[in-house]
Design a protein around this ligand. Structure first.
Ligand code: WTA
Length: 652
């Protein structure tokens, strides 16, 4: 371990297990070997414009051809300028033109067990009708449509209808408060609100329309609200403003040609919380985003025509945008979409769905996997999961022990795991194993995708050495990159482009190991500095989770007179009660796994670690708690975060 104080982060995690793809998997894969990957990577790096020009021409439909592949003027980047295309056309019409109109696009199951299937033809019909509904209410190119809906096929239909006519959607996760909706509506000057009477969550009705009513009182720009009937509960309908989805669509024509849109036309904005201040509306555009979502889907999920693909995310997050709607549909995939909770009616709902629909590719989040571990293997053992061939994770780092469990218990030891690192801002996956080509290491997102040029620097902006952590940047533009923060050019510049000149700053720390594998070490703000050693939260947490009685762990720093910072960990236990004995045992365990330096000063037990709505640990909240109530660290009473988490529930 180095004593370096130049802002590098010490690497304390040793993970040597290597899982090469099975030959039978690689043979059929899109990218079949490490050599194939390396050649493609090098080719794109050497001449990105030639590569992306050919891909854009073959993978997207062009109403008018583009004049240039890439134009860069400082932080202003334009891909495929001068061309006209349409994301909805690429996702639906193009597949129908290719003869796939009768193929299933979306197989959907509601939480109560109701089901629906839409072929590409049927999806086309529904999307065209709804696009005409929007037009009928005066929605045109550049208008913002705010979407606050359950995970029914209509949320995808709504998103696709918007991009078909050049309207900009802003999807707001249907768990946010009225205040949060109003803030986003006002920031975006939303013109129309889409919602539903309610949604099902663990067998209960969540009345969405009520929340929207409160939000619309404070959203003066919203002229109309369209309400989908989902749960059949009563709702107040304001005359002139509110309309039923089924009333409007029953009268609408299904003839609605896709509008040719500029490559750089804004396709959507998606709000994400920053480390300070109000949420930012991340702005994505049309051609480059569409191409990136499609290519990354094909590469990473190695999609084949007989696959049933299931991404368990919500359309309220970028994962739902890129890997439920735009990537899979552009690639002509068949997907499963599920409305509800993973533990309704019981903790085996996901495995029931995998078995029932013969899901072959499953993409989910580490937070969900840790819940499955905690709920116990008996829920999994009941089901036949042999249809699965590929597993994925996204949203946060996966602790190696959780990775191994996922690999063995869900993947039966035969499915590669793609640990995909990316962000709302990047539009699509940036680093991930290519499952037929790159041997995986538990906890590492392995290698950058072709077109992604990562760079890791310390605080003096010098590149760090092998196995030294530092700030992760991206040195070259890629087609799916964000183009701005809605209405806040200054913040865009300041936040992403000013720290490391010429590079996009991801806000994450990472290190590169001896084999050229990347390891994400957590957010830059989350680094814990103990006696001058900068430690990554993920590494401390992974060491904790490798203890058999730890279900989940969040590590944060708190002020310490001598060490600068001390480590405080919040732990959810499994199979044992909280006690001083287990606390001592865990300290010993960390000493053994990492060393004395990483032994936490405080170990606090809790029912559940507080999470944001998208499943990320709320470290800011934990830092406050760790700093403010140090004395409580030695009691074994369980912490109850539910109240605090709710207070902060609008962070995403
Ligand atoms: C974290 C989600 C480690 C990271 C697509 C990133 C990850 C932030 C991983 C973006 C991963 C996401 N390993 N960390 N595989 N994937 N993250 O915008 O800190 O919701 O910057 O996008 O999640 O979160 P966002």
């Amino acid at each position: 371990m180095s004593d370096s104080n130049s802002g590098q982060i010490d690497n304390v995690m040793q993970e040597d297990r290597l899982f090469p793809p099975a030959a039978s998997f690689s043979e059929k894969a899109v990218i079949k070997s490490m050599d194939d990957y390396q050649q493609l990577y090098d080719r794109v790096k050497a001449d990105p414009e030639a590569y992306w020009e050919a891909e854009a021409k073959s993978e997207l439909h062009w109403f008018e051809p583009f004049d240039s592949v890439l134009q860069k003027d400082g932080i202003d980047v334009r891909w495929f300028d001068g061309g006209k295309t349409n994301i909805c056309y690429n996702c639906i019409d193009r597949n129908i033109d290719a003869g796939h109109g009768d193929q299933d696009a979306i197989i959907w199951e509601g939480e109560p067990g109701d089901t629906r299937t839409l072929t590409y033809n049927q999806l086309h019909h529904e999307v065209c009708k709804f696009a005409n509904v929007l037009k009928g209410l005066g929605v045109g190119q550049g208008d913002v449509v705010s979407i606050y809906m359950p995970m029914t096929p209509e949320i995808a239909i709504a998103m696709l209808a918007c991009v078909r006519i050049g309207a900009i959607h802003s999807v707001i996760f249907a768990g946010f408060s009225a205040e949060a909706i109003a803030d986003r509506n006002n920031d975006a000057s939303a013109k129309v609100q889409l919602t539903a009477d309610g949604l099902w969550r663990r067998g209960k009705i969540i009345p969405l329309k009520q929340t929207v009513d409160a939000a619309l009182e404070k959203s003066p720009t919203v002229e109309h609200c369209i309400v989908l009937k989902r749960v059949e509960n009563d709702c107040d309908m304001t005359n002139g403003r509110d309309h039923w989805w089924h009333d409007l669509t029953s009268e609408a024509s299904d003839d609605c040609p896709a509008t040719p849109l500029d490559s750089e036309a804004t396709s959507f904005i998606l709000y994400t919380s920053g480390s300070t201040g109000k949420p930012k509306g991340i702005r994505h555009t049309t051609a480059g985003y569409n191409l990136w979502a499609k290519k990354t889907f094909q590469w990473v999920f190695d999609w084949r025509p007989d696959d049933i693909y299931w991404c368990t995310a919500d359309c309220g997050w970028i994962t739902g945008h890129s890997y439920i709607v735009y990537g899979p549909l552009a690639a002509g995939a068949t997907m499963l979409m599920y409305e509800g909770a993973p533990n309704f009616p019981a903790e085996d709902r996901f495995w029931d769905l995998v078995e029932k629909y013969k899901v072959s590719i499953l993409y989910t989040a580490p937070t969900a996997i840790r819940a499955f571990v905690k709920w116990g293997d008996q829920h999994i053992d009941k089901h036949d999961l042999s249809s699965l061939r590929l597993l994925g994770t996204v949203g946060e780092g996966i602790n190696p022990d959780t990775w191994i469990w996922y690999h063995e218990k869900i993947g039966g030891g035969r499915c590669p795991i793609v640990d995909t690192w990316w962000q709302t801002e990047t539009g699509g996956i940036m680093m991930s194993p290519l499952p037929g080509a790159i041997p995986t290491k538990p906890g590492s997102c392995t290698k950058p995708l072709p077109g992604v040029v990562p760079k890791i620097v310390d605080e003096s902006l010098e590149p760090v050495g092998v196995n030294q952590g530092g700030m992760l940047c991206i040195a070259e533009p890629w087609p799916g990159m964000l183009r701005g923060i809605w209405g806040d050019e200054e913040r865009f510049k300041e936040q992403y482009w000013s720290t490391v000149p010429g590079c996009y700053l991801t806000g994450d720390n990472a290190r590169l190991d001896d084999d050229g594998y990347y390891w994400i070490m957590g957010r830059i703000d989350d680094v814990i500095n103990v006696s001058g050693h900068r430690l990554s939260t993920i590494e401390v947490e992974s060491a904790m989770v490798s203890h058999p009685n730890v279900a989940e762990c969040a590590a944060v720093g708190r002020p310490h007179d001598i060490k600068g910072q001390a480590i405080a960990v919040f732990i959810t236990l499994k199979d044992v009660e909280a006690s001083d004995a287990i606390r001592d045992e865990l300290k010993l365990h960390v000493r053994k796994e990492i060393g004395a330096l990483a032994v936490p000063d405080d170990i606090r037990f809790c029912e559940a670690v507080p999470k944001t709505r998208s499943g990320k640990i709320m470290r800011r909240l934990l830092r406050d708690i760790a700093a403010g109530r140090e004395a409580a660290g030695d009691t074994s009473t369980l912490e109850d975060f539910s109240v605090l988490a709710k207070l902060r529930g609008d962070e995403d």
